[in-house]
Design a protein around this ligand. Sequence first.
Ligand code: AGP
Length: 606
Amino acid sequence: MCGIIGYTGNNEAAERIIYGLKKLEYRGYDSAGIAVADSGKIKRVRSAGKLENLVKKLKGGSIPGTTGIGHTRWATHGKPSDENAHPHTDCTGMITLIHNGIIENYYEIREELKKKGHKFSSETDTEVFAHLIEEKISMGIEKAVADALKRIRGMYAMVILYSKEPGKIIAARQGSPLVLGIGKGENYIASDVPSFLKFTDKALFLEDGDVAVVTKEKVSVTNGGKNVQRAVRDIKWTAKQAEKAGYPHFMLKEINEEPQSFEDTILGRFDELKGRIEFESVDDKKLAKIERIKIVACGTSYHAAYAAKYLVEKYSGVSVEVEVASEIRYANPVVDKKTLLVAVSQSGETIDTIEAFKNLKTKAGYSLAIVNVVGSTLSRMLDGVIYTHAGPEIGVAATKTFISQLAVLYLFALHMGKIKGVLKAKDVRRGIRNLRKVPGLIRLILKDREKIAKIAGKYKKNRDFLYYGRNINYPMALEGALKLKEISYIHAEGYAAGEMKHGPIALVDDKVPNVFIAPQGKVYEKLISNIQEIKARSGTIIAVTNKSNKEMKKFAEDVIYIPDIDEDYYPLLAAIPMQLLAYYIGVKKGIDVDKPRNLAKSVTVE
Ligand code: AGP
């Protein structure tokens, strides 16, 4: 949460920073601010609300200088206001900094500093850090920062300017992401790569405990006071991929990229003739010894993991538990050397998932991360990593990365099935054939998206929705409901349809649409019974079913058709109308679907 960008070089820092903040706005958009060092002074401009407010404030007034820092905020301590917007300063205005994370002991430090005469001008936890540095500034800025870091508990990504050393940015990381962009005669420090990708594709990811000193010519990193070398990686994403390309929203662009993301994720990972799956950095010998799997994730990634449970158990006979990361972190899960732990995360920076793995990793026989962002914390933390190759996802709602996670998890289920001797080469071949069909079939659904837009128009005023699915389509019901909540602010719940009579049927009336994911297959008749039970009580049905199902229109007010495929593969298609329905309802309600209120793309505070 929160986007940080720092720049030092020969260009106007403000320009580069505003450009970077535009790319980072998906991380938080409660307020924004910028500070630039020039001629021994630091000029700071801040504004509540979205970045455009800051840009308006800057118009006309120049903010010269070639070293600076900027921030787009997702509020933790203190409401979104000009005063609480970052950057924050000490009493003298010479130390100016930005922080992403939470300083847990800020209150006690603040009270202590107040007694020493420090004056605070915001409600944030961040401001204490500037004052802590001020206390020890006579030691020099670097030593003062090191000293202040010893006083705080919690999580941070920090960037600091000091007016007496105007060409320098000091950065520190503990728990929240920070990546350096290494340019020619200029360097960047940011929360995420797209903020500087137009200018350099060389990235250096900081580790927890790292402190970096960044000037235009040089970057040095220490950890625990000792110099450390961190690898500089080439980023394969292009800056163009992170643009809207003519679409009204990133979300729609990203949904339309799903066929490509899916293809990019599966290609090169199978040998169809031999019926074999191959993952680049996975140790198959370790997988062969596994008797249990625990998959840990949050939000949409959790729903992808939940779908995988059905498949992996069916294809390999290995028992799979799926856990919400924030819950398992404080529970006492049974993990042993026969257990494979899998993290699923788009960003690779979700704090709940990272923290859960810190405790569990060493207990497990083997651990894998399924991650989209190359070089992210989770991708470096576990024994193996499988990248989802979806490209950058800017819309706050996960769409194409969900489809790519499913792609990896389907491949993984087939692979596990083969390793465990449950699936034969011919079974895997059939699975691969199905997966290869998926991008083309998603394209067909996308072609017909206007029909979904029309249905969205009909239901945009409803205040509650229920989503139902059974078996492997149940997680798609959960995901459909989550997407609708996030993007349209409509209350929605996802249920296993078999649970309907255990409670939610009490909600049936003419005001709550019931979305059924009901392609034909082994549980289809059960779903039809559920639909009939709702109809008998005058409820409204929106059904997602397969194209060759001719009877559904008898039962449902609205039917969304997806192409026919082997039944295990329907989630890969059913997910698309779920996303489109939420998207169009959100847009028709006038919501900024790329930046829905209160959300941030990656949740880096607990
Ligand atoms: C998805 O639309 C959400 N914004 C959210 O639930 C997200 O999936 C969750 O925070 C997990 O993020 P991650 O995949 O980056 O770990």
